[in-house]
Design a protein around this ligand. Structure first.
Ligand code: CAA
Length: 258
């Protein structure tokens, strides 16, 4: 598949998608988001792909939703086309683990897209903000919700109300980012993490993801019940037998995604 706004590569079990609108700092226009949906659909349907890495350029993961594209929209335009909501959530529905590898600007809708991924690894050059208030609007793709769950109310409120940009170190300290690497090593490290996950059982990784995500959407008691059900279900897989037998036999497990 050839895309105008993305570069796509399959490297073994890892699907890599690179946001590629260099002249607009990877601003997320509708065409780009439509392409991203197509790529995620393809990765999802490809049994050989077990983990997805979403990245941008050295200068920008993405500098937000495309301001020029949305500036003239009326309320009724935005409402009728279900602006932002229509297909932006596709990444959150991906059942395979999705890692955001972020360097440079990760602003507004860019930060929201990164937060839709399962976790964020960042270059030491990464800069995060929800600057929507500075252009007379507010986060519209989950910024007030996902950021608050990740960093807590006080910090999310301060960031969304001031539009202040934070660096990778502050983002890691706040819990927005899982790991920070020197910029030159970002992709190598992100791919190492992806490869590590890809070597485990795919279905078990999907269960882990489903269960962690459940923590966002339910009470502790319900979440624990859900986790217990999936934990028990893992004993129905061949990979559970293989993993535990390999431990006992003191050998490396050979998972079959079954
Ligand atoms: N939308 C459209 N175009 C954008 C863009 C955006 N979000 N961000 C950058 N660009 C374009 C610029 O217009 C510029 O294009 P031209 O060369 O044609 O003028 C090009 O990308 C390079 O940008 P700059 O010249 O501004 O680069 P800079 O290095 O001087 O500044 C920046 C970088 C601080 C990131 C600045 O570009 C900026 O502030 N961008 C906007 C950030 C922003 O407000 N994002 C939130 C968008 S709203 C949103 O995302 C809503 C939501 O919740 C979904």
């Amino acid at each position: 598949m050839a895309f105008e706004n993305l570069l796509v590569e399959k490297r073994g079990a890892i699907g890599i998608v690179t946001l590629n609108r260099p002249n607009a700092l990877n601003a997320l226009c509708q065409a780009l988001m439509d392409e991203l949906v197509a790529v995620i659909d393809d990765f999802e349907n490809d049994a050989a792909i077990k983990v997805v890495v979403l990245t941008g350029s050295e200068k920008a993961f993405a500098a937000g939703a495309d301001i020029k594209e949305m500036a003239a929209k009326s309320f009724i335009d935005a409402y009728k086309e279900d602006f932002i909501t229509r297909n932006w959530e596709r990444v959150t529905k991906c059942r395979k683990p999705v890692i955001a590898a972020v360097a440079g600007y990760c602003l507004g809708g860019g930060c929201e897209l990164a937060m839709m991924c399962d976790f964020i690894v960042a270059a030491d050059t990464a800069k995060f903000s929800q600057p929507e208030i500075t252009i007379g609007t507010m986060p519209g793709a989950g910024g007030t919700q996902r950021l608050t769950r990740l960093v807590g109310k006080s910090k999310a409120m301060e960031l969304c109300l001031t539009g202040r940009m934070i660096d990778a170190a502050e983002a890691e300290k706040a819990g927005l980012v899982a790991r920070v690497f020197p910029a030159a090593e970002l992709m190598v490290e992100a791919l190492k993490i992806a490869q590590k996950i890809a070597e485990f059982s795919g279905p078990i990784a999907m269960m882990v993801k489903e269960s962690v995500n459940r923590a966002y959407e339910t009470t502790l008691a319900e979440g624990l019940r859900f986790e217990r059900r999936l934990f028990h279900a893992s004993f129905a897989t061949e990979d559970q037998k293989e993993g535990m037998n390999a431990f006992t036999d003191k050998r490396k497990a050979g998972f079959k995604d079954r």
